[in-house]
Design a protein around this ligand. Structure first.
Ligand SMILES: [Zn+2]
Length: 175
């Protein structure tokens, strides 16, 4: 059953795209400035003219940082970060609740019945450097209809032996 995305969704997607483009532009400018600035520092080393390339490098770093912060994809990653001492593979399980406004019906992983509302459990394995997830190794979504959710999710929380590795977060999305 195809469902039309609402105008709000489209506006959100467009603004997210714009922020992403702006973020990459800032990062691109920053990298270009960083390269020419460091080149200038090498050339002007020991002379009074070194201030100009040093300023360029300073602004370039600011551009890169603001580019990363404005980019929704990077921001989400920063929001998901772990302790700064974390390196390597990290497994996370995230719970969120699908609301009826999201439109599409999802099949329940237990009974197969399609439902609009219910909890979604997302398992993610990602590679983390200094607590920041750099790339996702694998991702899996499990959707539960409201009927199966109670039985299934309560079974998980009592039956699973969670290592400190598994960070749990509950994200409730409201429109
Ligand atoms: Zn079900």
């Amino acid at each position: 059953m195809p469902s039309k995305p609402s105008s709000i969704d489209l506006a959100d997607a467009a603004s997210e795209l714009m922020k992403g483009v702006a973020g990459w532009l800032l990062i691109g400018l920053g990298v270009a400035g960083l390269l020419s600035g460091t080149g200038g520092i090498v050339q002007q080393a020991g002379t009074a003219d070194i201030i100009a390339p040093v300023l360029v490098v300073g602004f370039a770093i600011l551009f890169i940082i603001s580019g990363v912060l404005v980019n929704p994809r990077f921001r989400r990653r920063l929001d998901r970060r772990h302790r700064p001492s974390r390196f390597g593979r990290v497994k996370t399980a995230e719970n969120r609740t699908r609301s009826a406004t999201e439109g599409k019906r999802e099949p329940c992983v237990v009974c197969g019945s399609r439902s609009k509302e219910g909890p979604v459990r997302r398992y993610r394995q990602e590679y983390v450097v200094a607590g920041v997830p750099l790339w996702t190794i694998s991702e899996k979504h499990n959707f539960y209809c409201p009927d199966c959710a109670l039985a299934e999710l309560s079974g998980y929380s009592t039956g699973s032996t969670d290592e400190s590795d598994t960070a749990k977060r509950t994200i409730t999305e409201t429109e």
